[in-house]
Ligand binder design. Sequence first.
Ligand code: GLU
Length: 298
Amino acid sequence: MARHYRGRFAPSPTGPLHAGSLVAALASWLDTRAQGGRWLVRIEDVDTPRCVPGADQAILSQLAACGLLPDEPVVWQSQRGALYQQALDRLVAAGLAYPCACTRKDIEAALARQDRQRNRHTELVYPGTCREGLQGRPPRAWRLRTSGPVQPADSLVHWDDRRLGRQQQDVAAEVGDFVLKRADGLWAYQLAVVVDDADQGVTDIVRGEDLADNTPRQILLQRALDLPTSRYLHTPLVRAADGEKLSKQHGAPAIDATQPLAALNTAAGVLDLPPQTGPLADALAAWVGHWRERWAMR
Ligand code: GLU
């Protein structure tokens, strides 16, 4: 039997909601409502240096102004370290995670020696230096073993994105053994998101397309932890006038929560849903109907 639908919006509190994050929030809320599920909000505040004090409350009140209300109490990742530690302990016990002593400089030097492609976006493909041990160096980070004698499964991950279609990535070749716990002691997004989605019973992940590239790493981690694989739908990105992805780092303006219907109409347009005149509750109900026709079965 299908698991009962549970969706979520998982913003990082690095600033208030902007037009791009509202698209992800609205899409996941609509998908949840269209399928009679429950909608959760989780504040992803593990990367503390990037968090902005008060941004969590700002996001929650912007969502409320837009009529997007969570069905269960909001959770904060900063309070869930014990769960992430348990998951890491399990991976270590299974031989699937190992400590790493490499600095970024060490990784660059090892890649140069191997004459390998150094960059993937801004991340380096980890060359596997510490897979066989630390050679006396102090541990810094923890990594997932993505290939080799003990591995979660084939590192070639396929998934069917409900909007992007069939996707694949060889995580071992394209990303390498990725970080679960960072050298600064903070939990990595990949581990926290997988542990939380499973712990909260999330079945369906609807989020911005900028995150699609993380999906194969997260599926691999789900397998390594023996967790169910989520369904995924990655929504179109909102671009700034210069064609760049709209993001808090690039100074995207906050949505105007005093005009929620206008902000929602803009987000709905990105999702190819027709404009509504209101009131707010009627507009949301109309979009649920459109969403059900277009997306619920995909
Ligand atoms: N916290 C992430 C972000 O705001 C989103 C994580 C997710 O939806 O998986 O970019």
